[in-house]
Ligand binder design. Structure first.
Ligand code: NAI
Length: 264
């Protein structure tokens, strides 16, 4: 591998207009990398990653802008609403986009892919949704999600989308398409990150208490988006030659506290 760690890279970033994705874009641009920003609005490529047509449009437009060669893709777009669309955006908006852009990664010298999972993906009560996601069955996943939402269990959908991603990365990373093509594929699993998404769900003192209890972060507490962005940049860097299929928890210790010392 001859690629320099410091040569400018051409990268695509989703969820680029806010929070973690925005921090990723700023870090890349600050070091001279070329970023193709993808989001619903305020981006180079505006597309809805919650629909198959929107994903196809995003892939088409990114391929056109990149000339068909990408050094890295970082998928950050996500929502946490208690509705089926959360599964469409968070799971299929990541996996289909990465698969659509994979050929452009395969043409690069040191390609990398990474996306944002979550600490909440370590637990779910929505196995039907997770299974349908992993089967690549979006209509089935959305139907199962709708059943849960109608039963008042919409709060299981965001964790389900993230658990499916955590399992997908293990299944997919070691295949011929990814490891075989020399493309590390990883996730980060943040705890609580101080972004607009978090602000929207932690408005009241009671909500903040519930979040803090659900996600205990003994090391340094809640994180700024740059903290997660820096981990994503390393996973997507030339230096990462051998880490693949992992969820790197950037969570102040929450995963260890929640799963316990013997989980390996
Ligand atoms: P954010 O709300 O600040 O940013 C999310 C971005 O995704 C927005 O710019 C939004 O427009 C974009 N987006 C949403 N739906 C989209 C769609 N259908 N098509 C295209 N773009 C769309 O949220 P934040 O916190 O930066 O979240 C980024 C990722 O981090 C998400 O995947 C989220 O689940 C994950 N995460 C966030 C945590 C937190 O505490 N903030 C904790 C763990 C994971």
């Amino acid at each position: 591998m001859t690629s320099s760690a410091f040569a400018p890279r051409r990268v695509a970033v989703t969820g680029a207009a806010s929070g973690i994705g925005k921090a990723v874009v700023e870090l890349f641009r600050a070091r001279g990398d070329e970023v193709i920003a993808v989001d619903l609005k305020d981006a180079d490529v505006c597309a809805d990653l919650g629909t198959p047509a929107g994903r196809q449009e995003a892939v088409r437009a990114v391929l056109e802008r990149s000339g068909g060669v990408l050094d890295a893709v970082i998928a950050c777009a996500g929502i946490s609403a208690q509705v089926p669309a959360t599964v469409a955006v968070n799971y299929f908006g990541v996996t289909e986009l990465l698969q659509g852009l994979r050929p452009a990664l395969a043409r690069a010298e040191a390609p990398r892919a990474a996306f944002v999972g979550s600490i909440v993906g370590t637990k779910t009560g929505a196995d039907d949704v997770v299974d349908a996601c992993l089967a690549g069955d979006e209509p089935g996943a959305l139907a199962a999600a709708a059943v849960l939402a109608e039963a008042g269990r919409g709060n299981a959908l965001y964790p389900a989308s993230k658990m499916a991603l955590a399992r997908w990365v293990r299944r997919t990373s070691v295949t011929d398409d990814w490891a075989g093509a020399g493309i590390p594929l990883n996730a980060v699993g943040p705890g609580v990150v101080l972004t607009p998404m978090h602000a929207a769900v932690a408005v009241t003192e009671e909500q903040r208490r519930i979040v803090a209890q659900a996600v205990p972060m003994p090391l340094n507490g809640h994180a700024e988006p740059e903290v997660v962005a820096r981990a994503l940049l390393w996973l997507a860097s030339v230096e990462n030659t051998h880490v693949t299929g992992q969820v790197l928890y950037v969570d102040g210790g929450a995963e260890v506290v929640l799963r316990g010392p013997d989980h390996v």
